[in-house]
Write a protein that binds this ligand. Structure first.
Ligand code: TYC
Length: 101
């Protein structure tokens, strides 16, 4: 039997295909009150006071911080919802998303 008869001609597909996860990033600014940032993190991302405070302080001191990781759709809708809460209150608070490596 030749190689052509015995070797699979196509690569086997992996059985489970995991969707690429996306990070929600909190961007620092000079105007949004710290307590407001913490309130948004708790409301939209279901964080505890302690978790929310830690993420807020990370963004405040480093310029940005990872909030959480979700599928693309969920990451984008949560980032929009959180950014809109700031906008509606007159704050320049900003959340972005980026794909995980
Ligand atoms: N830097 C803001 C202040 O001093 C607080 C803040 C923290 C704003 C994190 C945005 O992502 C942010 N009032």
């Amino acid at each position: 039997m030749s190689d052509l008869d015995t070797k699979p001609r196509t690569k086997a597909k992996p059985k489970t295909q995991r969707p690429k996860m996306h990070k929600v990033i909190l961007i620092n600014d000079d105007f949004t009150p710290r307590e407001f940032v913490v309130m948004v993190l708790k409301a939209v991302f279901k964080m505890s006071e302690e978790q929310a405070y830690r993420v807020m302080i990370t963004a405040h001191t480093r310029g940005a911080g990872v909030v959480a990781v979700y599928t693309k759709d969920v990451a984008e809708s949560k980032a929009t919802e959180a950014t809109d809460l700031g906008k509606r209150a007159g704050h320049p608070l900003m959340f972005t998303t980026e794909p995980e490596e």
